[in-house]
Design a binder for this molecule. Structure first.
Ligand code: C2E
Ligand code: CA
Ligand code: CA
Ligand code: CA
Length: 279
């Protein structure tokens, strides 16, 4: 049944202690899903806090499995990372997002940025920078249309290698966002050593704003430091008007969350952009 299939993946994602045979079969399922085009990309708007204008769309992968129904990335990304399949899967997302950015540009819906989550294994590929550069050329896109979302964990795995590649990507105009900020160990001062444009404040600091005094202090401090360091800010997981208002008073530039929109299939995301233009 659907439920059972889903549990199997969730169990794997949580426990990681399945047998070698089970792992092999999950890997085969993922490989087949890729061949059969079962992965799709949803898009969630990133919005200016002071104007409700959409500035970007984050690409978020889904697996539409004929056997297990719609699976969320948390159910299969861990397996993809463990098996190395995250590289071709990640390339699929990058390619889809660039292709879509071009379609939106041709519809005159620009200026619009697409943001794509990147795993450490992708950055570690020797040809990662060339891959991105060729993708931009293929779709005739300026680098600044693409924002790559990486985590502190990715930077810290191999600081020199990552910095080298981020510098090269920045020279192409590609934007770099630091995802899930605050959940790791780095300070903003340290992060500023890397060519990063945007900080994404993790949902765990946002969900109980402004009621939680600790998180209110943390987010207030982050906003004022980001301002001083000339970093752009996006707050994740904004669900309520009061969170939005609080972030607006802190001059947090952008928000992303269910308050404005959930991640949407591409047709619905496009409708949102078309409606916005005509109002
Ligand atoms: P993330 O990068 O932190 O993405 C934000 C997640 O928060 C998304 O979950 C999004 O649907 C969810 N979200 C957005 N706004 C709200 C809100 O207001 N409330 C709540 N409760 N949740 C909200 P999703 O799509 O399930 O993705 C989960 C994670 O999977 C992502 O977290 C990202 O780390 C990873 N992921 C998604 N797509 C990709 C991909 O193409 N490649 C890689 N490597 N990872 C991906
Ligand atoms: Ca992200
Ligand atoms: Ca997050
Ligand atoms: Ca993440």
């Amino acid at each position: 049944s659907k439920g059972k299939g889903r549990n199997r993946f969730q169990f794997y994602a949580k426990e990681m202690n399945v047998s070698f045979a089970e792992k092999l079969s999950l890997e085969n399922l993922l490989r087949k899903a890729l061949e059969r085009n079962e992965f799709i990309v949803y898009y969630q708007p990133q919005v200016l806090t002071h104007a409700n204008t959409i500035t970007g769309m984050e690409a978020l992968i889904r697996w539409r499995s004929p056997l297990h129904g719609m699976l969320s990335p948390d159910d299969f990304i861990p397996i993809a990372e463990e098996t190395g399949l995250i590289v071709p899967i990640g390339e699929f997302v990058l390619r889809s997002a660039c292709k879509q950015a071009k379609i939106w540009e041709k519809m005159n819906l620009h200026p619009l940025r697409v943001a794509v989550n990147i795993s450490s294994q992708q950055i570690e590929q020797p040809n990662f920078v060339d891959y991105i550069s060729e993708l931009l050329q293929e779709f005739d896109l300026p680098g600044h249309v693409l924002e790559l979302e990486i985590t502190e964990g990715t930077i810290l795995r191999d600081i020199n290698m990552t910095n080298d590649k981020l510098v090269k990507l920045s020279k192409l105009g590609v934007r770099i966002a630091l995802d899930d900020f605050g959940t790791g160990y780095s300070s903003l001062g340290y992060i500023k050593k890397f060519p990063i444009n945007t900080i994404k404040i993790d949902r765990c600091f946002v969900h109980d704003l402004p009621g939680n005094p600790n998180n209110s202090s943390i987010v207030t401090a982050l906003c004022s430091m980001a301002d001083g360091l000339k970093l752009e800010l996006i707050a994740e997981g904004v669900e309520k008007e009061e969170q939005m208002n609080f972030l607006r008073t802190l001059k947090c530039g952008e928000i992303q969350g269910f308050l404005f929109s959930k991640p949407l299939p591409v047709e619905e995301a496009t409708k949102l952009l078309v409606n916005e233009r005509s109002t």
